[in-house]
Design a protein around this ligand. Sequence first.
Ligand SMILES: [Mg+2]
Ligand SMILES: [Zn+2]
Length: 191
Amino acid sequence: MTERFERAVFLDRDGTIIEEVGYLDRADRVSIFPWTIAAIQALNRAGVAVVMVSNQSGLARGFFSEAVVDDVHRRMAGLLAAGDAHIDAYYYCPHHPDGKVAGLGVVCDCRKPARGLVDRAVAEFGVDPARSFVVGDRWVDIGLARAVGAKGVLVRTGYGDLEERNPPRGMNADTIVDNLIAASTWILAHL
Ligand SMILES: [Mg+2]
Ligand SMILES: [Zn+2]
């Protein structure tokens, strides 16, 4: 029986939890930000579900396999566990409308900003999206927050610095902060 949570903090992966390195096609290229473990540990201790939500269109494009993605997440889990922190679920969308890989080149309901990955956490953990948070370095992450009624936090790591300077019309984050530890601090103050 899975643990139940009232709230979740949905974390984008690339550029938010770990360095943005383009298509991450090898687990040994994982580079975790120095503040990530402390940030996630603080969220763990606050009793919220920490759920990774990531668009991995490299799968649909045939750039790497699901085995590689699983390796990356195992590597991340190991690094976090060494610092007494954990991510409760690793969710990703393998699709892209232009993908050539059979079955993955589709319009889906789980590619951010679509809400499918959040709905999966609702089913698995019982979380209320309206009392939850989404943290990411792209406007699609904030779009996901808007789609589910969560608070949206843009971080300046990864593409965030560039994204901050180019906001889509009508889109704004609940806050924009330097990195994941600042996001975690803001979230803990707004629980
Ligand atoms: Mg990102
Ligand atoms: Zn999808």
